[in-house]
Write a protein that binds this ligand. Structure first.
Ligand code: UDX
Ligand code: ADP
Length: 480
């Protein structure tokens, strides 16, 4: 029986291994982590992450051929294939701070593999890492090898949160990079055999190591670039009276461009886009490619601009001050169908409003009050470091309260800001909400989810990203 061990039971490791276990009953899959709480949660009925469909998959194979454990050394030493899916945060200090990836967790995982292994291993990079990390890992392993042979593969994961299970079941492609030597090709084939249990062969792409590593960074940079492009257009639409949804639709109909990832928003978030682009920028700079680095940096700058623009729009529409005013924040996760808040645009928007002394009442169907307080007190780039290293002010942010539902968050509020596109925000009783709000009552829709005409009929002043402006907003000072 082939044995797989995955180091790191997070958003990538957990769901990916569950889907491998479900589709490969003949393979034993053990997911290990240093976090005892995370492993206990995986072993309970309350999984540590919210992901539609995940519960059902885990239920079917947990205890059969899927196991979660903190006994890292035992399972690593027994495995034939080791996936490494640990976090690779942005460095907060030292060389490349604020840009380069911090490979501390990766390096300690590699050293541990070298320490405990007694048989040949295939080590698979799952977490996104800078190009040429595999080479560094290979060096650590071979310099401590005690005669054991290691093959390093890069197998970047392309799942998106909120749709992880369907992405894993029907991936657009599986990418496997490895050494182009006989042993390297054998290792590639061994991993290919795992995926071949459910992924059609023509969707499994094999490349050299560096191509696989770079492709992941490139794919995320291209996706984020589309969002920054459409968000840049949204500012121009507001200035001209064009409608960004109509522009996206017309542009996306060009089969060379395609319709996906063209939704204007308050900005992209998530654990990958900003981090991977910063990584790409750093790699370009290190290779003397300043122009290329600046090109990609602009994708992040437009994203920051979009979040600032939203805050400015809120403040300028409300008579240039939100001091002491209650604002209901609808949604805090970086997208719908996840409880993940890493790099969510809600953090910057809330911090911006708090900077103008607003009082916030935040509602999200999946994010805990603790997490919101932690996010609003955390330093930039702190979000991807382990929780026990996060600063948590004893009282949290005083101007912030957490609401149980959208109605509580909006009661007596002057404005609502929709920051996550949760489906439930489309069907709220907006008449009831309007009746319980201060007047004039504003809705700032950062995700273009509400029916603008209907809300205006009720009496709201509505702002939607990239849409023709409400007459009220037209007469307010222009936003930068
Ligand atoms: C992304 C990549 O899609 C995935 O392939 C990779 O493995 C990890 O990074 P993820 O961050 O989970 O996945 O979610 P994604 O659906 O890409 O959304 C990222 C951000 O972009 C979200 O904040 C989302 O709201 C925003 N977005 C997405 C837009 O603003 N507009 C769009 O049209 C699409
Ligand atoms: P991702 O979104 O990439 O899956 P997460 O932060 O959700 O990232 O998951 C990474 C996991 O890796 C965390 O649960 C963390 O505790 C775990 N981890 C980090 N370093 C190690 C290590 N050396 N050994 C085992 N687990 C580790």
């Amino acid at each position: 029986m082939v044995k797989i061990c995955c180091i790191g039971a997070g958003y990538v490791g957990g769901p990916t291994m569950a889907v491998i276990a479900l589709n490969c009953p003949s393979i034993e899959v053990v997911v290990v982590d240093i976090s005892v709480t995370r492993i206990s949660a995986w072993n309970s009925d309350q999984l540590p992450i919210y992901e539609p469909g995940l519960n059902e998959v885990v239920k079917q194979c947990k205890g059969r051929n899927l196991f979660f454990s903190t006994d890292i050394e035992k399972h690593v030493s027994e495995a034939d294939i080791i996936f490494v899916s640990v976090n690779t945060p942005t460095k907060t200090r030292g060389l490349g701070a604020g840009k380069a990836a911090d490979l501390t967790y990766w390096e300690s995982a590699a050293r541990m593999i070298a320490d405990v292994s007694k048989s040949n291993k295939i080590v698979v990079e799952k977490s996104t890492v800078p190009v040429k990390t595999a080479e560094a890992i290979e060096r650590i392993l071979t310099h401590n090898s005690k005669g054991i042979k290691y093959q390093i593969l890069s197998n970047p994961e392309f799942l998106a949160e909120g749709t992880a299970i369907q992405d894993l079941f029907k991936p657009d492609r599986v990418l496997i990079g490895g050494r182009e030597t006989p042993d390297g090709l054998k290792a590639i084939q061994a991993l290919k055999d795992v995926y071949a249990h459910w992924v059609p062969e023509d969707r499994i792409i094999t490349t050299n190591l560096w191509s696989a590593e770079l492709s992941k960074l490139a794919a995320n940079a291209f996706l984020a670039q589309r969002i920054s492009s459409v968000n840049a257009m949204s500012a121009l639409c507001e200035a001209t009276g064009a409608d960004v949804s109509q522009v996206s639709h017309a542009v996306g109909k060009d089969s060379r461009i395609g319709p996906k990832f063209l939704n204007a928003s308050v900005g992209f978030g998530g654990s990958c886009f900003q981090k991977d682009i910063l990584n790409l920028v750093y790699i370009c700079e290190c290779n003397g490619l300043a122009e290329v680095a600046n090109y990609w940096k602009q994708v992040i700058k437009v994203n920051d601009y979009q979040k600032n623009r939203f805050v400015n729009r809120v403040v300028s529409s409300m008579f240039n001050t939100v001091a002491g005013k209650k604002i209901g924040i609808m949604g805090f996760a970086f997208k719908k169908d996840t409880g993940d808040t890493r790099e969510t645009p809600a953090i910057d928007v809330c911090k911006g409003l708090l900077g103008d002394k607003a009082r916030l009442s935040i509602y999200d169907p999946q994010v805990t009050a603790d997490q919101i307080q932690r996010d609003l007190t955390m330093n930039k780039f702190g979000w991807d470091h382990p929780i026990h290293r996060q600063p948590m002010s004893p009282t949290g942010v005083k101007q912030v309260s957490i609401a149980w539902d959208a109605y509580e968050a909006s009661k007596d509020a002057h404005a609502l800001c929709i920051l996550t596109e949760w489906d439930e925000f489309k069907t709220l009783d907006y008449r009831r909400i309007f009746d319980n709000m201060q007047k004039p009552a504003f809705v700032f829709d950062g995700r273009n989810v509400v029916n603008v005409e209907m809300l205006r009929d009720i009496g709201f002043i509505v702002y939607s990203i990239g849409k023709p402006l409400d007459p009220w907003l037209k007469n307010m000072p222009a936003v930068a």
